[in-house]
Design a protein. Structure first.
Lengths: 487, 253
């Protein structure tokens, strides 16, 4: 373990040019995110996981003692819990927790202007177009580089309304009265093995509070970038929308393609108090060596609404089932999910809707695309207990197979008890047929363009729900994926 | 002035020979009709020319303005000016006709060149006016849930937008009621002119009442066995295909 250095002076980068890692054999085009710059980390927890790792992380963050206790208790839980391989893929067993680096940063305090962000980190985000997006259409941005946010800013007009948008370290330190109340409550440490791991080693992520009645007009955005090899990113996000408040949060993520595996295991908790609305949008494009094991859940109080728009394109294995606990009467929950599994990828995604009050409604629309040897799985839980009345759920799962050797599975677990509730479930599997591709080619489109158009058509009704900038990005990512998948 | 030459073409599906030595030359401005009984290889001919991967050309040539197109992928042939109006057009859910045609136009442009969207829509609307197609039509997904007539209308609109040198119309009249048939015929007649060559593949004479061909060929067992002008179609209608079969049997004996 390296010593605890307070030095924030950095040695100059070894070389200035980005190293673009070769495309993987399967032909997935990761050009947008597939590069890494040499960065010197001032803080490094070393490789492997032990109590010392956690004490190191907690001490460089100068955390309150209760947080260290919380982390250490979580580590115990993590070590005691088995891997969920009885229902999940065996690929999880390939994660070697002792070969992962749990904390890497250049410092704990994010910069408020891009000019202050060190050059070696700044150019990564510039290349990903983050500062430009911020100027164009965002109310605030947090840009996380490995373990910590390198940049964090919120527009003055939004801050003046009392909106708090900080990283998790700052949130727990500066606003404990606000965040401690909900931190770890929506998703308890022991919810699953990976939420326990996150609770032990979490770093970065956003803590957001939107005061009563404040409607944030533009989205807040976080961008999560993994730069280092053998790294584990464990951001922790908590968003609280007070009564009648409204907020849209968007996250994007990329990592360079390394030959070894990378772990991304976040915990995201949302709290929508009475009449509040939270929309949480993810466009994930991890490199296909990333294990992406994320727990996301929200609690919707009376008349509140939580909507997850979850788009998973990259990664080696994604296991993610955003959920909404419909705790107050007339609360609404929605999950819109798009997953694209290319060769060597497994997208195991879905949704959870837990109805816990009368007249609550939930809607799940999941579309998955499997290309080549890619595998997509829909896994969902809808729970409406017997004593409730007037609850409604709608679940639609559509799968599109591009090749005959692609695979899709659907595991919808819908428990609706009592006769005063209703649910409807539809599932379909369709194929992009050779005739359909020939038809489009006969009009002059190349095979890749034809595939792309077919896939974009398949998700078109969902993509239209994205903010414009994100649906354009989504279309571009699909074009790139399909380009790499033919010929 | 273009020409499409089909020279001693042999086409197989799997191991089975379907087209067995067909020769035909079409010039711009001409409308040729190929008639024949079911299973004689008419549709196979059109799909093979368009480059369907399941149809293997075992020998012979197809030349567009003197250059072979047989080494080209289906999309290259399309961009070179070959259009196939499908008997059973595919459905493309979620892709509007307008976006589909836009992508097809964009595919014809040089790398890095962007289609001028407002000029494109102007042209699309003028073609729709010409073909008397409602403006709302192009916001629907390509062929998705379309009636037989709507599918053919969609094919005709695509043909009008893509302005091919040669249009191969595969059983365009099958399954159409008389109103739909008229839509197709009016469309083809509107586009007919010195820049377009048409190969009409049909089982029945009735389409030829509406699109009067310059040349009529009878196809039987993978070959053209008789050619003539439009009167041949009427003769076939009166005498039936058995007449051709008997003639062939007599000449073979």
């Amino acid at each position: 373990m390296s010593s605890l250095s307070d030095s924030t002076t950095l040695s100059p980068p070894v070389h200035d040019e980005a190293t673009t890692v070769d495309h993987p054999a399967v032909g997935i085009d990761q050009t947008a995110g597939n590069f890494s710059y040499k960065v010197d980390y001032a803080f490094d927890a070393g490789t492997g996981l032990s109590e010392d790792t956690i004490r190191y992380i907690s001490s460089v963050k100068k955390e309150a003692p209760w947080i260290l206790e919380f982390r250490l208790a979580a580590l115990k839980k993590f070590l005691a819990m088995p891997m969920p391989t009885h229902w999940a893929t065996k690929d999880l067993e390939n994660i070697d927790f002792q070969k992962i680096r749990y904390y890497l940063s250049q410092g704990q305090k994010p910069k408020r202007t891009w000019d202050e962000v060190p050059d070696d980190i700044k150019k990564t985000f510039e290349r990903l177009g983050i500062p430009e997006q911020e100027r164009k259409f965002l109310a605030g941005v947090e840009a996380q580089f490995d373990s910590e946010a390198a940049y964090s800013n919120i527009k003055d007009v939004v801050a003046k309304q009392g909106v708090i948008f900080v990283n998790s370290t700052e949130g727990l330190r500066e606003h404990p009265e606000l965040f401690k109340k909900f931190f770890g409550k929506v998703i308890p440490t022991g919810d699953n093995k990976f939420s326990a791991l996150n609770s032990a080693v979490f770093s970065g992520g956003s803590f957001i509070y939107v005061p009563k009645g404040v409607k944030v007009a533009q989205p807040l955005q976080a961008y999560f970038r993994i730069n280092a090899e053998n790294f584990g990113q464990f951001e922790r996000t908590l968003i609280i929308a007070d009564e009648g408040a409204e907020v849209t949060y968007m996250e994007g993520c990329t990592a360079p393609k390394f030959s070894t595996s990378t772990l991304h295991s976040a915990v995201v908790e949302l709290v929508a108090l009475k009449g509040a609305k939270i929309q949480y949008i993810t466009v994930q494009n991890w490199a296909n060596n990333v294990f992406n094991l994320v727990t996301k859940r929200g609690v919707a109080h009376e008349d509140a609404e939580i909507k997850w728009i979850d788009c998973n394109i990259g990664s080696r294995l994604t296991m993610k089932y955003p959920g909404v606990v419909l705790k107050g009467e007339r609360a609404r929950g929605e999950v819109i999910s798009i997953a694209l599994a290319n060769d060597g990828q497994h997208q195991d995604t879905g949704a959870k809707m837990i109805h816990a009050a009368n007249n609550t409604t939930s809607n799940i629309v999941a579309k998955s695309i499997s290309v080549g040897q890619g595998r997509s799985t829909y896994r969902g839980v809808v729970h409406i207990p017997k004593h409730l009345k007037g609850c409604k759920n709608n679940t639609e799962c559509d799968a599109l197979l591009i090749n005959t050797n692609s695979r899709t599975d659907t595991y919808p677990a819908i428990t609706v008890r009592g006769d005063k509730n209703s649910t409807q479930h539809e599932a379909s599997v369709s194929k992009v047929s050779a005739d359909m591709i020939f038809y489009m080619q006969q009009r002059g489109l190349t095979e890749a363009q034809a595939m792309s158009l077919a896939v974009n058509g398949f998700i078109n009704d969902l993509a239209r729900q994205f903010p414009m900038e994100y649906s354009v990005e989504l279309k571009r990512l699909i074009d790139l994926e399909m380009e790499g998948s033919v010929g | 002035m273009s020409q499409l030459e089909i020279k001693d073409l042999h086409v197989s599906i799997g191991e089975k020979p379907i087209v067995k030595g067909l020769t035909l030359t079409i010039h711009s401005g001409e409308v040729h009709a190929i008639m024949g009984p079911n299973g004689t290889g008419k549709s196979t001919l059109s799909k093979a020319i368009a480059g369907h991967p399941d149809y293997a050309i075992t020998s012979g040539e197809v030349l567009l303005d003197g250059a072979s197109i047989l080494g080209q992928e289906a999309d290259e042939r399309a961009r070179a000016g070959i259009f196939l109006a499908f008997q059973y057009p595919s459905e493309i859910p979620g892709v509007s006709i307008a976006n589909f045609l836009r992508a097809a136009q964009q595919a014809r442009m040089a790398e890095g060149e962007e289609l001028d969207a407002s000029a494109y829509y102007k042209r699309l609307y003028s073609k729709m006016d010409l073909l008397k197609i409602d403006r709302k039509f192009t916001s629907r997904s390509v062929n998705d849930g379309f009636s037989g007539g709507e599918k053919k209308r969609c094919e005709i609109l695509q043909m009008a937008m893509l302005e091919p040198k040669f249009a191969l119309m595969d059983e365009t009249d099958s399954g159409l009621d008389i109103d739909a048939l008229r839509i197709v015929a009016d469309g083809v007649n509107t586009m007919r002119g010195p820049n377009l060559g048409v190969l009409l593949i049909t089982h029945y004479q009735r389409l030829l009442d509406h699109i009067v061909p310059d040349h009529v060929h009878v196809m039987y067992d993978g070959r053209i066995v008789k050619s003539g002008d439009k009167s041949l179609a009427l003769e076939l209608e009166a005498k039936g295909y058995d007449w051709i079969k008997k003639e062939l049997a007599a000449s073979a004996a």
